[in-house]
Design a protein around this ligand. Structure first.
Ligand code: SF4
Length: 373
């Protein structure tokens, strides 16, 4: 079984904080972008050296808002990543961007530096919904960004959409999906809004100022998304992700299949040779050279994590991959739980893989609880 290595680089800057966001992203720190670039490059170089320059298969530059970086800053980061971790033939290199800040120069720097996949945060086509979650862009800017990306030579494009937004109806989600499909993306991520404590939206909901769609509407939205995208020729390959055949995001697939990845930059996490590492979350701490947190993953946790990630995939968890990574079979680790859930119909065995059935997919969290160590 081949092993893959993914790279993740985090760009923590944003223009302002979206109402639902609890990602490590920091408005008001834009003047630190150059210092951050230099620190990120130093981290990439020194860890490449320390690890003996292992080759990489995938890269994901996420944020935050990578498109707030200057083109020459992105060029420097990409050159460092390529020098420290030689890119394998067929490398998938993705970068996130926001529609309001992406420019032709930024895209040219990405493409010249080897990026071949762009992920745009589109979220919804209705101005009312974009305003409700504090997004800065309009749908017109999404369309313009897609045109720019295609002109720059990006042939693999993802659009992020969100469901479960304040007051959002299934009809509005349907319109957003139609607007996204009209742009011909190779990949669509349709995330359910998760209300996180500490966000502005959480406070608004707690104060009764905003209402989120109820469970029934969410189920309708989920069914609508799956049927509309299946009709349009997209494969539903992971809980929230849809792709044209062969255009699944390989970086994320590798993470769900429990392959190793290295994370660089503030708040970036990694999992490499059985150890987890997390860099300091804040820009100041990262620039000051604060030490990362590191720990060995216990065998029980490693088994559970591989099951939890693998069952997110529609095709499920490959039994042989589990055995080669964990040193025991799936039945050896979880025989009783698997027997019970297959008898009840929430889990299925198919072609050497364990996967959630249609009914099990809706009960995923309850099924996973039974696998907890
Ligand atoms: S653009 Fe993304 S990372 Fe930045 S605040 Fe909004 S959701 Fe968070």
């Amino acid at each position: 079984m081949s092993s893959s290595l993914g790279l993740y680089a985090h760009i923590p800057f944003c223009l302002r904080k979206c109402a639902y966001c609890d990602f490590p992203s920091y408005p008001g720190e834009l003047d630190r972008r150059e210092d951050y670039t230099q620190a990120l490059i130093r981290e990439i170089e020194s860890r490449g050296e320390a690890l003996g320059h292992p080759p990489a298969d995938t890269l994901f530059i996420g944020g935050g808002t990578p498109s707030l970086m200057a083109p020459q800053q992105m060029a420097g980061i990409l050159a460092a990543l390529r020098a420290a971790f030689p890119w394998q033939v067929g490398m998938e290199a993705s970068c996130e961007a926001n529609p309001e800040s992406v420019t032709p120069d930024f895209l040219d720097a990405l493409v010249s530096g080897g990026v071949n996949r762009l992920s745009l945060g589109a979220q919804a086509s209705q101005p009312r919904l974009l305003a409700a979650i504090g997004r800065e862009h309009s749908w017109r800017q999404v369309e313009r960004a897609v045109r720019m990306a295609r002109r720059a030579g990006i042939k693999n494009l993802n659009l992020d959409l969100m469901m479960g937004l304040p007051g959002q109806t299934a009809a509005e989600l349907s319109d957003s999906l139609d607007a996204a499909l009209a742009l011909g993306p190779e990949h669509l991520s349709c995330y359910s809004l998760i209300l996180e404590e500490g966000t502005a939206l959480f406070d608004q909901v707690e104060a009764g100022k905003v209402t989120l769609p109820d469970e029934e509407i969410l189920l309708e939205m989920d069914a609508l998304t799956r049927s509309k995208l299946a009709t349009a020729g997209y494969i539903h390959y992971e809980v929230s992700n849809y792709a044209r055949p062969g255009r699944e995001c390989r970086h994320n697939l590798n993470c769900w299949e429990y392959a190793d990845y290295l994370g660089f930059g503030a708040a970036a996490a990694g999992f490499y040779q059985g150890r987890r590492r997390k860099n300091p979350a804040g820009v100041a701490g990262y620039l000051a050279g604060q030490a990362p947190e590191e720990e060995a993953v216990t065998p029980d946790d490693a088994r559970f994590e591989q099951v939890m990630l693998g069952l997110r995939l529609t095709k499920g968890l490959e039994a042989a991959r589990f055995e080669s990574r964990q040193g025991l079979t799936l039945m050896g680790a979880y025989g009783q739980v698997i027997k019970r859930h297959t008898a009840e119909g929430s889990l299925l065995w198919e072609e050497g893989r364990l996967r959630l059935s249609e009914a099990g997919r809706l009960l995923m969290n309850q099924v996973l609880l039974d696998f907890l160590p």
